[in-house]
Design a protein. Structure first.
Length: 282
């Protein structure tokens, strides 16, 4: 742990774009369906960009949001709340609503938790929900450590930073080597994720939209069995499907089976496409 942030975060790697993005899709007369992509805690829009590009190549309108406090300096992440993160997601939804097309929310890790909250809150404004490696539960050891530190440190967690000497939880060595990582993280950030998850878990029963859940067996950050079992048991959706991955770790959108992610998510999103002439006007 460090009590300051003199060491800059390792964010920029040659050829890596960590900015938010918008792809209009390639269909004439409109895309017919939109996808809202949401990255995870301490992540950047980069971890959703490959999926977004592939969706756009299939004619899907895509908005990849940057969550408040992310993709910058560590000091920017400390002060923001999980409601600020959620506001970033709501703003992305509002941008897509102007096109009058069905919108599918697709979130990774914490982004999956935020997307679930969006689906529960916004009802029919969200046509479908894809949760990739959802972070409703961290490992038991991590959760216990965070709760213990909160009890001891109290408000000091806002000014204490964790040094991450390793790399992202990615199986593929090449992908891991250039994936932008957050070398310093405010201790309060994962604690806020615990709080967010506790708030959203009871909302799962209110989610009625068709849902896709994808998770890796070898995820070291968010245990697959605990997360998938809980989500599938509590989702209110009549149509829900879980897909287990064999090789990937946590950041499945850039890992060894990213093409499987693309195929499954694209097929799921395509279900909601409507013909241009049937879209609402205004």
């Amino acid at each position: 742990m460090k009590s300051d942030s003199e060491e800059p975060p390792s964010r920029q790697t040659a050829g890596v774009d960590t900015n938010e993005f918008f792809f209009p899709g390639i269909g004439t007369g409109g895309a017919g369906v939109s996808a809202l992509l949401v990255h995870g805690l301490t992540g950047t829009p980069f971890e959703m960009r490959y999926l977004g590009e592939r969706l756009a190549a299939r004619g899907v309108r895509v908005r990849g949001v940057k969550l408040a406090g992310h993709a910058g300096m560590p000091e920017e992440l400390g002060p923001v709340s999980y409601d600020n993160w959620y506001e970033s997601v709501v703003n992305g939804l509002e941008e897509l609503r102007q096109y009058g097309e069905p919108i599918v929310a697709v979130g990774l890790s914490m982004g999956a938790v935020l997307s679930a909250r969006l689906a529960a809150d916004q009802g029919e404004s969200v046509a479908g929900l894809a949760m990739l490696a959802p972070a409703f539960f961290l490992t038991t050891s991590t959760s216990l450590a965070l709760r213990g530190l909160r009890g001891v440190l109290g408000s000091l967690t806002e000014s204490i930073y964790l040094l991450n000497p390793g790399s992202s939880d990615i199986h593929d060595a090449a992908a891991r080597s250039f994936h932008p990582s957050c070398r310093l993280m405010p201790l309060s950030a994962p604690m806020k994720l615990l709080d967010l998850s506790a708030v959203v878990r009871p909302m799962l029963s209110r989610i009625m939209q068709p849902a896709l859940v994808m998770h890796a067996r070898r995820d070291h950050t968010c245990p697959m069995r605990k997360n998938v079992s809980y989500v599938m048991r509590h989702l209110g959706s009549v149509e829900k499907r879980a897909v287990e991955l064999e090789e990937s770790y946590h950041v499945i959108t850039v890992d060894s089976e990213k093409e499987r992610i693309v195929d499954e998510v694209t097929a799921f999103v395509e279900r909601f496409r409507i013909a241009p002439q049937t879209r609402a006007v205004g």
